[in-house]
Design a protein. Structure first.
Length: 78
């Protein structure tokens, strides 16, 4: 496997993890230090929706990068 493929798989797993944390409402996920800030501002359900949408965006980015690696991994000016 090449480096862009590994990065895409890693991003996909991160997106799935974020979606799962929001859907299953894991206490340890929502009580973490970083999520607690969003829970305080948006409420528990608002934070869950945020993490589901964030995970979906990350997953979409990973899938797009796997189908269009020339766009996602292009280095400008080098």
């Amino acid at each position: 496997m090449n480096e862009p493929m590994i990065a895409g798989i890693f991003l996909g797993l991160m997106g799935c993890f974020s979606i799962a944390g929001g859907i299953f409402n894991w206490n340890w996920y929502m009580n973490s230090r970083r999520a607690a800030f969003l829970v305080k501002i948006m409420g528990r359900n608002g934070a869950r929706v945020f993490y589901i949408l964030l995970g979906a965006a990350i997953l979409a980015f990973a899938i797009y990068g796997q189908f269009h690696p020339e766009i996602m991994h292009h280095r400008r000016g080098l």
